[in-house]
Design a protein around this ligand. Sequence first.
Ligand SMILES: NC(=O)c1ccc[n+]([C@@H]2O[C@H](COP(=O)([O-])OP(=O)(O)OC[C@H]3O[C@@H](n4cnc5c(N)ncnc54)[C@H](OP(=O)(O)O)[C@@H]3O)[C@@H](O)[C@H]2O)c1
Length: 346
Amino acid sequence: MSERVNRAYRLRRRPTGELADGDLELVEEEVPELGDGQALVRTRLLSLDPTNRIWMSDIRGYMPPVPLGAVMRGIGIGEVVESRREDMPVGATVSGFLDWQELCLADDSRLLAPLTVLPDPLPGPESAFLGALGHTGVTAYIGIDLAELGEGETIVVSAACGAVGSIAGQIARQRGAGRVVGVAGGPEKCRHAVEALGYDACVDHRADDWREQLDAATPDGIDVDFENVGGPIMDHVLGRLNIGARVSLCGMIAEYNSYNEGGEHAGGLTNVGQLIMQRSTIRGFLVLDFGDRFEEAIGYLGGLLGEGKLHYDETIVDGGIEAAPGALAELFDGGNLGKLLVRVAD
Ligand SMILES: NC(=O)c1ccc[n+]([C@@H]2O[C@H](COP(=O)([O-])OP(=O)(O)OC[C@H]3O[C@@H](n4cnc5c(N)ncnc54)[C@H](OP(=O)(O)O)[C@@H]3O)[C@@H](O)[C@H]2O)c1
């Protein structure tokens, strides 16, 4: 492949249900000569995030949907390979919205997106800056903080072994939670949650008796719900909230594949009334609104990592940019442990 040919996924059709063949097209395109203020970044790692699926749908979201025909939006880490900008010298490592492509033309519009030059040398493994020390780690930190978790309280974390959940559970432990309960898919993940991530118990949502498991794991009710999934799991948790409980509503991945062009989505919460009975609060949040707290969060998480008090997992899919659509499906099938990444180039 020539140095100046980019391979990129363009969105051709809005998926209905799971991403299907033909929704995205892999195209090869010549990269134009750089103009003043532009830099060319070669993507090394691409972050796969459940929200990628939201961005493909024409719904009332928190960002405009990816326009049909445009390169699929995505966060990555890459290296500056050509530059006509002083703040992005050749060789620098940058992180931000590089999108689903091998080469990203960065200019002021993309810098606002934002695109950040990472410190040299990096204070940790590069991949961690898309996970535990990146946007998903910060999401966990902010979500726990907003929940005002108190000493001795019981917290439930859904998608407990995922990128956000695995870190949220460990922060909760550090912050003095009395009981940290995870919900994950399958016995292996549940074992990992307890043995490696320090959960007191983990409920296997794939087991027929998962509701009974959740009841048994939370004998004193639930004070904080760090919600990543929505659907029946969230509904059951709502039914066990204590008076004054807080729900940190981070994500509802169980619904994202049912968002479609018309904006319809799976409902299914029947226990919302418990928020009244238990005088509880539910707070949706977006990590993007907390840009001014990234440094604080990464400092905290980096500190835990340095002290050996933070375990993080990552699932890195090899196979280049063409592996991205298949990898996205893993988030919905539970194929990933920890942060899911695609290695686009070495
Ligand atoms: N608010 C924000 O700013 C923000 C930022 C980042 C992420 N998020 C949200 O946080 C959540 C987790 O994101 P992540 O990046 O950390 O992904 P992740 O947890 O690493 O991966 C998703 C996991 O969700 C579980 N899952 C998928 N479909 C499910 C279903 N129908 N029922 C139960 N579990 C299901 C699977 O785990 P199992 O194998 O355990 O089922 C899967 O591994 C998502 O909802 C995402 O949208 C929000």
